[in-house]
Ligand binder design. Sequence first.
Ligand code: SF4
Length: 445
Amino acid sequence: MDLLKGKKYNIITFGCQMNEHDSETISGMLQERGCQETFSKDDSDITIINTCSIRENADKRFFGTLGQLKKLKEKNPEYVACVCGCMMQQQHIIDTVKSKYPWVDIIFGTHNIHRFPQLLEKVYGEKKKMAEIFEDSPEIVEGLPSKRLYKHKAFVNVMYGCNNFCTYCIVPYTRGREKSRSPEDIVKEIRTLTGDGVKEVTLLGQNVNSYRGAGGNGKFYDFADLIYMINDIEGLERIRFMTSHPKDLSDKLIQAYVDCEKLCNYIHLPVQAGSNTVLSRMNRHYTREKYLELVHKLRKAVPDITISTDIIVGFPGETDEDFRETLSLVREVEYDSAFTFLYSVRKGTPAAEYEDQIPEEIKHRRFDSLVDAVNEGSARRNALYKGRVEKVLVEGVSKKNEHTLTGRTEGFKLVDFKGDRDLIGQIIDVEITEGKTFSLAGKVL
Ligand code: SF4
């Protein structure tokens, strides 16, 4: 234990909220052993890079950052460089790290985060490098500590892994098959969080809609059941979740939006493409028509629901006509916001082997048109907010202006407004004075 006491660590996180939450766990475990966090790798005894393998861009940034650690090791031979996360679940990446970046001391994966302190102690105690990767693990390790990034909101994993095998995606290979936590463990964790001042939880999973947790009474609970249980937790004010697959979005969950006052009127519903041909080649298991029907049902049940999405441009074989269908779907839905991506080959996925890859210049041209369409929709929807009074959870000081506070509406819209810093962490009424393309401006009432 004492081997780690007083060491300064720095975590660099790439990728999604699952990774951010894993980094919170790593941080919590290190603090439990007497380590202190520092926000500069130059000032640290231990650096951990938590990697993401969803996009090619994240790979490049990872190797660039890893290269910078060499000089820290040269300056201080006791310095420990660690890499973990999704990229480390791929053998070709591990081989590259071992052969080209010999200053790395510890490699671990997504299934054995709980083992990290022991690996670190071995490196300090036995002066040897450690690489430990679990292929998959049926077990969920409960009760790990976590050092939260935010005081008033928290991420809570409800399930791990994915069974869907979308043909462009590496996640089922790096995060393994679906495993759901028990509802009791989730509720217990959220009760502890609310006792600690948390007002908003975001339930995390690659596809929360296929949650199936075994209760202590032998019964299985689906995601809507879980929402109803969490809605009863005293002190909690907001529930969000990320991410849901359209093929598994049930009527029961839509009804939960109506019944559960704490479930925020917001859904991230990744569509990926508007053409049935492309959706089928992506192995998404829904059609454009089915998706639009879901949007219609959601808006009928919850008229002011905000909807965001993910869209991939330039998937192999995407024709101009396919792309036009994506544009028309974007215009029809009129998303509140969308994450748009250029398709990039992920080694080990079926789509990487497709021969009809789209030339980069076509992808970029389509991408620009898509962004314009998304932004037009967001600006129109945000303009409708002018004059409305929104409940806003004040999250902190704006990164752009230290005299401005920033927060989120129930519909996950970012709002900037002037106010006292004492408001941070509170849910307050804000009148919206302007709707911009990416955010809202308002004044405190
Ligand atoms: S649902 Fe598809 S895109 Fe999402 S994590 Fe699973 S395989 Fe990847």
